[in-house]
Design a protein around this ligand. Structure first.
Ligand SMILES: NC(=O)c1ccc[n+]([C@@H]2O[C@H](COP(=O)([O-])OP(=O)(O)OC[C@H]3O[C@@H](n4cnc5c(N)ncnc54)[C@H](OP(=O)(O)O)[C@@H]3O)[C@@H](O)[C@H]2O)c1
Length: 291
């Protein structure tokens, strides 16, 4: 089986490559922006027609959520919306399903934190990143029926990420302040990559799937767990988002209060969705053993 991966130097793409390489019968064609700029419609069609992949996995995106508020909207939209549309259109020409990655930011994040978002809940993005990612979902849906859209959140894996930042801070400070009023599910890229691979292997029905690790937490409680599992002594002070922004003297794109995605649909397909605690322990084993 031939699989084309775009944005192949990104955090999720790295985990996807590692997972898919486990199957010796899978041939991976990995492209970064220099090999294939997904915003280039002609180049996308040419490459996909030449390769004739069995699946296209789009890991390319404009992911700088705060910077997206400042740069030209069209630039972000080209990468997050037009690009996925180009890929979906070309993939459908060779009858290949597309796997596209989306985000909790397609919702407004105002849902009661006692609840979690299901796939069919009304969307309502409030940031440039969220609006363009939603436009990307719509572009994919408009160009092919054979799509998987995996909405994820709070991703961490190889490279710089929240857990690594907290490990550094925890090892260098006596106390830190972390936001306690944003609720979601941290997601280990290795586990999301496995969900993507299992979706291909099990040929689950096409559609949108919420795909984070299981269980919900806050950045504050997540940080406490990081320190506990890593054996770090550092006091964690809970602060509200508003207090944090004041304290750090920063401006940032509005963060969703509720990023909690309900995984019942993907779990019903027999796909493994480990808890965030289990995922964090596995990640720390890798991360701390590298030191
Ligand atoms: N990270 C999170 O917390 C999070 C949460 C929810 C959803 N997601 C979604 O998950 C997916 C993967 O995220 P990630 O964190 O792995 O992203 P990432 O590390 O930022 O990787 C994205 C990759 O896309 C590449 N890219 C940018 N513009 C491109 C273009 N025009 N053509 C081809 N490649 C291009 C980037 O290359 P350069 O670096 O060279 O620009 C980068 O290698 C994205 O769809 C993202 O929206 C992420």
């Amino acid at each position: 089986m031939k699989i084309l991966i775009t944005g192949a130097n990104g955090m999720l793409a790295n985990a996807v490559k590692t997972r898919l390489q486990q199957n010796p019968e899978t041939e991976l064609i990995c492209t970064d922006v220099n090999d294939l700029d997904i915003t280039d419609e002609v180049a996308v069609e040419k490459m996909i027609k030449e390769i004739r992949p069995d699946y296209v996995i789009n890991c390319a995106a404009y992911t700088a959520v705060d910077k997206a508020e400042e740069v030209d909207y069209e630039l972000v939209n080209r990468i997050n919306a037009k690009g996925p549309g180009n890929l979906a259109k070309a993939a459908s020409m060779v009858n290949a399903p597309i796997i596209h990655i989306s985000t909790d930011y397609v919702f407004d994040g105002e849902l009661d934190v006692e609840k979690s978002y299901v796939e069919s809940d009304p969307v309502g993005p409030v940031t440039v990143y969220g609006k363009t990612k939603l436009a990307g979902e719509n572009e994919v849906k408009a160009n092919t029926d054979k799509y998987y859209i995996f909405r994820t959140a709070w991703l961490y894996g190889e490279g710089n990420n929240f857990v690594r930042t907290m490990l550094k801070l925890g090892n260098s400070k006596d106390e830190i302040s972390v936001v306690m009023d944003q609720h979601g599910s941290p997601t280990y890229a290795v586990d999301l990559a496995n969900m993507i691979a299992e979706a291909i292997e099990k040929k689950i029905p096409f559609g949108i799937y919420h795909s984070t690790n299981e269980g919900f937490t806050t950045w504050y409680d997540f940080t406490k767990a990081i320190f506990e599992y890593a054996g770090i002594i550092c006091k964690v002070n809970p602060v509200t988002t508003t207090e944090y922004i004041d304290m750090m003297k920063i401006t940032q794109a509005k963060r969703p209060k509720n990023s909690q995605l309900n995984k019942a649909k993907i779990i019903a397909q027999g796909i493994a969705v480990p808890t965030w605690e289990d995922a964090l322990k596995r990640y720390l084993e890798v991360e701390l053993n590298q030191k």
